[in-house]
Design a protein. Sequence first.
Length: 246
Amino acid sequence: MSMFRRFALILIVLAFAFSAMAQDTLPKITVTQLGRKALVSWKNHYSNITSINIQRSDDSLRNFRSIGSVLNVLATTNGFVDPKEFLPNLQYYRLFITFEGGTYLFTASHRPGPDTMRVSVTEIVSAPKAETQPVVVQKWFIPSPHVYTGKDNNIIISLPDTKTKNYTVKFFEDDNTFLFEIKKVAEDYLTLDKVNFLHSGLFRFEVYENKKLIEKHKVYIPKDGQATPLLDADGYEVRNGKSNRR
């Protein structure tokens, strides 16, 4: 193995070791400059992600292009080292994330700050945390990691330790009209047939643990044979660039 490859391998290993201590949780990301490279890293709490693509641009708002993807999208800690040599003030990074059911989002774009690590044979020196570039970002619907649309547009309930914890899930129409409830979730991964909801569209839900509310969110069921459309931050369909909010 050449000296260059050995150095690159050491740099990547050290990068992940250092970044793991300061990573943000999706949909937030951390971008760190490592000598002549840039590392994009994050922590993940979603269980319904289908793909993660890393994108780069020389502009913080537009002209983003995918430069790579990750194989294990459900890993709790993850990251990507840009193979291109870092150009100060000319590189911004973001993630394009897709979820089961067709929903997707773009993270905010970030630019690495000054060098956060200098590597030599005998020492490793850390510099301040990478600078975040404030930008105006489109906000899309972010599904719950516990109740979300799965394959065939059925609803997935994913909750931990259901054998020892007492979970109740209540479902409502978008206007808060009560539909039905599952008084005791008996499985960590439960599939609800979409026919239980009588129609497609946006629904509200509440998750309780031992009668205490732990989550209040929304879930969207597409029409038969269709993927989830583009939804605004509150879960309403976006048509012709405008939210179809009731």
